[in-house]
Structures are given as C-alpha cells and as structure tokens.
Write a protein that binds this ligand. Structure first.
Ligand code: KIV
Length: 270
C-alpha cells in the first residue's frame, strides 16, 4: 500500500475516529473544482448530496434530481479525490419502493462514479434496503431527523423529534440502522440532547447538521457555509465566508474594467 493510499479516509477510519473521540468534518460538493479544494484542505468526508437539486439546479426541494444527475456530480467529485471519503445520496424515488431497486441504484452509483459509499434517508421503512446494500459490499450512511426527501410529509423544515413519540422512533431507527450494518448516521435538525443520547448509544459515528456539539462529526452544505447562498440562515449554520458579496464585487469591477476599456491592458494581450 502506498503512503497516499494509507492516508485515505475509509469507513474504518471513521470508526477509529469515533473510538478515539476525534471529530469528523464533512462538507458537500458537487463538482471537481470545489471537491479538489476541500480534499486539499483536509476534509474527512465529501458528500455529493441531493441538495445539488437546490444549490446546483435551483429546485425548491431535493425531490426532482435524478439518479443520472447524481452520478454525473459524483463522477466529477471522485476525480478530485486524493484522501477524503466520497459519499453519494441515493435520490428520491430510487430506493423507497423496494430493496431490489435500492440495491440496483446503489450499484449504479458505485460502478459508474467510483464513489466509496451511499447515503439513504429514513429508518425502519428502508431497513431491508440498507441490509441488502450492505450485504452487497456497499457501505451505507443513514440519515435521520429532518429528512428533506420527505418534506411533503413533514410540510415544513422545522426542528424534528421534539415530541417524545418521534424522539423514541428516532432512537429505535438509529439502533436499527446500526444493526443493519450502516457505518454512520447523519442527524439533521434535532434537539442537541437527543443527538447526544443517540450518539452515546451507538458505536458508529453520528454526523450532525443542526444536531448540536455532541455528534461525532458535523456536516454543512458548501453553498451555505461559504456564503454563496445568503438567504438560508438557520440557527445551526456558521457562515465562514461571504462569497456572494466578494463575487458580486469582483464581477462589478470586471464589468467596469471591460466597459471603460481598462481590461485588457498592454500586459494582458499578445
Ligand atoms: O443533501 C445534502 O446536502 C444532505 C446534507 C444536508 C446532510 O443530505
């Protein structure tokens, strides 16, 4: 094994990180150039999220994106990978109906993109699919709490599992996912105390997005944390840059330079 291979993040690395109390950093990416930057910076996991439906395609939900489109994004991200683990969302409609279809979708993602693992939303309802995919040798990341593919059932993006019944179901679902062979679980927008309890009850890592500081890792959507998408300001989001403002300034300056004849100058032409 080359030293570069040895440094690659695998699902095993994540189990060891949890056991050692080392936090896991995950971010979304959908194209080669950003994935390259994130991998170079040392991110542990890159998620090719179905949030591509929102941030790349401009849809209001994650539901419209297709499996072919997810594979296209995943292929671009995988080409940038040196070290990070690449996880790809199986999009809405490509695993819910039965476990055969779920496995076929997971196999297409793995075979056609070269990604390392897939992610599915839900607990008990999809547990057969998780078992089948895992038994085919494909690692599965779960996703509980606010599951955006079910937005039409929830009707709103508010915090989930604040009531006892839903919290109890989430705890059962987390254990079932672990039992079915999932190697990690995303906990989205649930009370921090519940995320802490779930994280402590599992030997696999939890990755929070609005799940508080006791999760074993954190994930953010790149467009939100880099300030490309500035309209989305949930409490859980920490915005590290204001790229929208910087890009706007750069483009305005470029327009001014072109229109005034300042660009290109003598050094910028042949
Ligand atoms: O699609 C996505 O970006 C996600 C994250 C919100 C975890 O699933």
């Amino acid at each position: 094994m080359s030293p570069k291979e040895a440094k690659k993040v695998t699902t095993n690395t994540l189990q060891k990180m949890k056991a050692a109390g080392d936090k896991i950093a995950m971010i979304t990416a959908y194209d080669y150039s950003f994935a390259r930057l994130f991998d170079d910076a040392g991110i542990d996991i890159i998620l090719v999220g179905d949030s591509a439906s929102n941030v790349m395609a401009g849809h209001t939900t994650t539901l419209p994106i297709t499996l072919d489109q997810m594979i296209y994004h995943a292929q671009s991200v995988v080409r940038a990978r040196e070290r990070s683990l690449i996880v790809v969302d199986i999009p809405f409609g490509y695993y819910q109906s039965n476990s055969e279809i779920a496995l076929a979708s997971a196999v297409r993602i793995m075979k056609e993109s070269g990604a390392n693992t897939v992610k599915l939303e839900g607990g008990e309802e999809i547990i057969e699919s998780v078992r089948k995919i895992v038994s085919a040798g494909i690692p599965v990341m779960g996703h509980l709490g606010l599951t955006p593919q079910s937005i039409n059932k929830f009707g709103t993006y508010v915090v989930r599992a604040t009531e006892n019944t839903e919290a109890e179901k989430l705890k059962r679902d987390a254990l079932m996912l672990q039992e079915a062979g999932a190697y990690a679980i995303v906990l989205e927008k649930i009370p921090a105390a519940l995320a802490k309890e779930v994280s402590e009850s599992l030997h696999i890592p939890t990755i929070g997005i609005g799940g508080g500081r006791h999760c074993d890792g954190q994930v953010l959507v790149m467009h939100d944390m880099l300030g490309i998408n500035t309209e989305f300001k949930p409490r859980f989001l920490r915005q590290y840059l204001n790229l929208a403002e910087q890009i706007n300034g750069a483009i305005q300056q470029y327009i001014t330079d072109v229109k005034s004849g300042d660009f290109p100058n003598d050094q910028e032409q042949y």
